[in-house]
Design a protein around this ligand. Structure first.
Ligand code: ARG
Length: 382
């Protein structure tokens, strides 16, 4: 049974960097290849590559990923962090609702995509892809445990979209690159604006201020829902855009806060000029990450993420960051910025959707709600 009477509620995380006390680390057990669906067109990397596989991932690939996830869990435990794991789930089962059918589900490697702690609240995202519709299930046992343990913990589940054909803009995948460039400021991706849609990993927490990236996995209705839900609780929700990312999904390889006043940024995906101002006006520094060690072509064949998984670091505290073992240039930058850097091998996890930040969900950090942006002009929800 978890302790419920401490000064810090059992669920408590207001930002991405304060001292980590409890975290969920994902698991590759039972993982499947993500199916092709209106919101996702997975592709095997490499010219003339074989079609993207379907069904369960091979046992050896699962074992390799699980070994690296266990390595992360062990490192966190050695740092004094309580590590929890998802419950088993049969991802090979199809998903069938009145509006759609998907041949199989995905995995529980990336709790970050589905679950977010906002202060003392657990929020389950709507999700944007059919195969991930039920991905909250492996985390529900933990949610109940936290919710039962401490009356200060609240739990909100966002409305499930239909994920019917009409919710998606199917021609999005066919647009040539020139068209994407021409339309980069439109923020129109594969999901229409008709229903509330967001993945949790499109959010980033900065005390009372929450950034939400408009993306392939989060639409404007989703951001509106977040504003109206979170503003009465004292948060300010800021939509953000990275126009040069033509396939945006999840903010944690693009804009990664490391401590008050410092964000690690992606040199190939600068934030929209007008949105940058909130940071510069409040004395924050944006520091570009160095080029990753791997090129996009070197990424594992079934990995759908870019080389910028290099930036997907996990903060153990405002002074200590976990970084992928081979990303030396980034490690050197972090040292020069005054961080202690811990490393783990993690490349075998990449094909399951992410790296160190994606594969975790922070439950409790030793943090309070601060205002890091006192000089900000803010427009509440309409
Ligand atoms: N779309 C990002 C990229 O390729 C990957 C984001 C992964 N993040 C996550 N939470 N799963 O750069």
């Amino acid at each position: 049974m978890i302790e419920s009477s401490g000064a810090i509620p059992v669920v408590n995380a207001w930002n991405e960097w304060d001292t980590l006390q409890e975290v969920v680390v994902g698991s590759a057990t039972g993982a499947c290849f993500e199916p092709t669906e209106p919101g996702n067109r997975p592709q095997t990397r490499g010219a003339g590559a074989a079609p993207f596989p379907t069904g369960p991932k091979p046992a050896e690939a699962v074992d390799r990923a699980n070994e690296q996830l266990a390595g992360l869990a062990a490192l966190l435990t050695a740092q004094g962090v309580t590590v929890r794991r998802p419950s088993p789930h049969d991802f090979s089962q199809p998903v069938r609702t009145p509006a759609f059918e998907a041949e199989n589900q995905y995995c529980a490697v990336c709790p970050r995509d589905v679950m977010i702690t906002l202060g003392n609240e657990i929020l389950e995202a709507t999700m944007s892809r059919r195969a991930r519709y039920f991905e909250y299930e492996p985390y529900r046992k933990l949610v109940y445990e936290y919710w039962d343990a401490d009356p200060r913990v609240t739990w909100t589940v966002a409305p499930k979209p239909t994920m019917a054909d009409a919710m998606y803009r199917q021609d999005f995948w066919e647009w040539p690159l020139e068209e994407r460039h021409a339309r980069m400021h439109d923020s129109e991706f594969c999901v229409t604006q008709d229903e509330v849609v967001f993945d949790a990993a499109d959010m980033s927490r900065f005390g009372r201020d929450i950034l939400v990236q408009e993306s392939m996995t989060t639409n404007r209705a989703g951001i509106r829902w977040l504003k109206r839900t979170l503003e009465p609780k004292g948060f300010r929700v800021h939509p953000v855009h990275f126009p040069l990312d033509y396939f945006p999904s999840h903010i944690d390889c693009t804009f990664v806060p490391l401590r008050p006043g410092l964000v690690l940024t992606n040199p190939e995906r600068p934030i929209r000029e007008t949105e940058r101002q909130m940071f510069t006006d409040n004395g924050w520094r944006l520091v570009d990450a160095p080029q990753p060690v791997l090129t996009n072509d070197d990424m594992p064949p079934y990995c759908q993420s870019s080389k910028w998984l290099s930036m997907n670091v996990l903060s153990v505290s405002p002074e200590k960051v976990i970084c992928e073992e081979q990303e030396k240039p980034l490690q050197d930058l972090l040292y020069s910025l005054g961080f202690e850097v811990l490393t783990v091998p993690f490349r075998d996890v990449f094909e399951y959707g992410g790296s160190l930040h994606c594969a975790t969900w922070d439950i409790r950090r030793d943090s309070t709600r601060e205002d890091y942006f006192p000089a900000v002009s803010y427009r509440p929800a309409t």
